[in-house]
Design a protein around this ligand. Structure first.
Ligand code: FES
Length: 145
């Protein structure tokens, strides 16, 4: 996919090396909250949505990358994810993945496409639906109880 068909996210230099940043952008007509982590000239972009319970990853402190561990942390329950593929290697969502976006670095700028590589997508969506169903069932029980 060429950079022309992707959306410019930022300049690489807008993200500190070995650091992270959050973004609120529109992709394909959909508002997306993204987090990006940088390792030198490489940038990895994910949906800012924890596969555990759906909270924004920086919900508590708006920071994503562990200074010493170099893993992406969810501030809610401490899930931590590998920066290069988004797999969770510790915490409640172990084995799940962050939603990953096609990312390209070109001439010092970072471009993103739609979410494409999300190996755990079906499991995450099923878990989210189960939470919604449980909540709705609880609400219904309250109304009729
Ligand atoms: S919501 Fe992220 S670990 Fe629980």
């Amino acid at each position: 996919m060429s950079a022309e068909s992707l959306t410019r996210l930022c300049a690489v230099s807008d993200i500190a090396d070995n650091g992270s940043a959050e973004f609120d952008i529109e992709l394909g007509g959909v508002r997306r909250f993204l987090l990006a982590v940088r390792d030198g000239d490489e940038v990895f972009v994910y949906l800012d949505y924890c596969p555990h319970m759906g909270y924004p990853m920086g919900f508590v402190n708006m920071r994503f990358l562990g200074t010493y561990s170099k893993k992406i942390h969810c501030a809610v329950h401490g899930g931590h994810f590998m920066p290069r593929d988004g797999v969770c290697v510790g915490g409640p969502p172990s084995g799940d993945y962050l939603g990953r976006f096609e990312t390209r670095v070109e001439n010092g700028d970072v471009y993103v496409g739609e979410d494409l590589t999300w190996p755990g997508r079906d499991a995450v969506l099923a878990k989210r639906q189960a939470l919604i169903d449980a909540y709705l069932a609880q609400q219904k029980a309250r109304e009729h109880g």
